[in-house]
Design a protein around this ligand. Structure first.
Ligand code: 13P
Length: 256
């Protein structure tokens, strides 16, 4: 693989995980991730916020906390205040997170998050010194309408605040129709979209070449080699397969 950004393999547990089963899975993952002398990719697990603190402890006792980082799945745009049920970026940081997923299509759909909402959250994440993993991606209707690239371009333009740079921001291209469906775009379509995203980032940011651009949507150990070898695919954002240590590692090892 040509040199470029260090690949990032991130697991999004979504609304899954209770302490009991999670501990066993994380300990398994810790054992697997500690096997290589040196890891050539970064690993992040984004559990529900309720598990962050416990997970930090499990990783520490397994001596894997330098190999596996933790992330949240959303944060509020404000640092604190009267926002019942919400969690701030600082709180995620306080609970052991170094990353946070923002603008996931499930948040955009279920919670009506707009690009402007996402940009405000990304700015809050940066202020708390969290790396934002910003999700973009078209729906099936948008793709069939030939709008996929335009939608993604608009989302990137409007979801990244000033101050975004390769060191604090990761893009995750997740076609909505590929999430949890077992369907993935053809490699040529992934390549085209990632090239386009790279061009957009390079046009706007001095270090645009260095941003990690992850692919997400039905990534499994079986299709990971084909997806992760595509130019400008700098890692993966993994949903379902990240819940099982062996599967997540089966993906990560492709770039480990
Ligand atoms: P799946 O890997 O389950 O398709 O989920 C992808 C995703 O939404 C990750 O954020």
């Amino acid at each position: 693989m040509a040199k470029g950004p260090v690949p990032l393999i991130a697991g999004n547990w979504k609304m899954n995980g209770l302490r009991k089963g999670a501990e066993a899975e994380i300990r398994k993952l810790a054992r697997l991730a500690l096997k290589p002398k040196k890891l050539h990719c970064e690993l992040v697990i984004c559990p529900p916020a309720t598990l962050l603190l416990a997970m930090q402890g499990w990783l520490r006792t397994a001596r894997a906390d330098r190999r596996i980082a933790l992330g949240g799945q959303d944060c509020h745009a404000a640092p604190s205040g009267a926002h019942t049920g919400d969690i701030s970026a600082q709180m995620l940081k306080d609970a052991g997170a170094s990353h946070v997923i923002l603008g996931h299509s499930e948040r955009r759909q279920d919670h009506g998050e707009t690009d402007a909402t996402v940009a405000a959250k990304v700015a809050a994440a940066h202020a708390a010194k969290l790396t934002a993993i910003v999700c973009v991606g078209e729906t099936l209707a948008e793709r069939e309408d030939g709008q996929a690239e335009a939608v993604v371009a608009r989302q990137i333009a409007a979801s990244l605040p000033e101050g975004s740079r390769a060191g604090n921001t990761v893009i995750a291209y997740e076609p909505v129709w590929a999430i949890g469906t077992g369907r993935t775009p053809a490699p040529v379509d992934v390549a085209r979209m990632h090239d386009r995203i790279r061009a957009i980032l390079s046009e706007r940011f001095r270090d645009g070449e260095l941003f990690r651009i992850l692919y997400g949507g039905s990534v499994k150990p079986g299709n990971a080699p084909d997806l992760l070898r595509i130019a400008n695919v700098d890692g993966a954002l993994v949903g379902g397969a990240s819940l099982v240590a062996a599967d997540f590692w089966g993906i990560a090892r492709v770039r480990a």
